[in-house]
Design a protein around this ligand. Sequence first.
Ligand code: OOG
Ligand code: MG
Length: 252
Amino acid sequence: MTAPDAEMLARELDEALLARREIAPLTKTRGDFDLAAAYRVQERGIELRLARGEKIVGYKMGLTSEAKRVQMNLGAPIYGVLTDAMRIESELRAGDGVHPKIEPEIAFVTRRELHGQITLQQAFDALEAVAPALEILDSRFVGFKYFSLPDVVADNCSSWKFALGPLQKPRRASGLAMRMSVDGAVKQQANSNDISGDPLVSLVQLAAMLPHPLPAGSIVLAGAATVAAPLRAGIAVSLHVDELAGMQVRAT
Ligand code: OOG
Ligand code: MG
């Protein structure tokens, strides 16, 4: 794909985001494109957001658990960009989205730059903090389904909002029980190792996939441990991760 095409697709997605409008998968309406082209569209889309004053605060890994790969029928880990405008504290308006979904994650904050092939130990040594996290996705595509990996990557991996729980001092986040509840009833349970075999592996993978160094001070979402649940107005979603902390997001 040539540069103007990436620009055009990024604008189409950005307009859908701003208008809260669903569009057909781009690979269906605009012709097939590969993953490399999809990341170029994603990058152009982020540039549009930066031009509106948003700042990059980190990255998210997606499809790092088998549960998510099966739910979305897509095969391989991918990454997207997080901006400050996507971060929420504990409340959001579900009606500001199109078909939002919420999923339980683990987040890392880094204190050193990371780049290329790194070991688990190097990833661990670069940590500033670990936290439970809830990601709220909202695809720009019709029905939030039936899209290909390049479509999802172009759409910044369905990102919309995210919330971090209390930041904890650096620790391995492996082998921790995770429980996501909706209005107090447990909806999803998993082990943190359902994320990439160990959530820290997601950070190793991100460093290897990014075409540039991951800056110190980045927030990194390791990917959802379970399938995502629909987010409707009026519900409260809580996440508890053993040995870390609890957190809650309320949708109005
Ligand atoms: C793609 C984004 C996946 C995760 O944590 O696996 C993701 C999607 O589900 O639309 O954020
Ligand atoms: Mg996610």
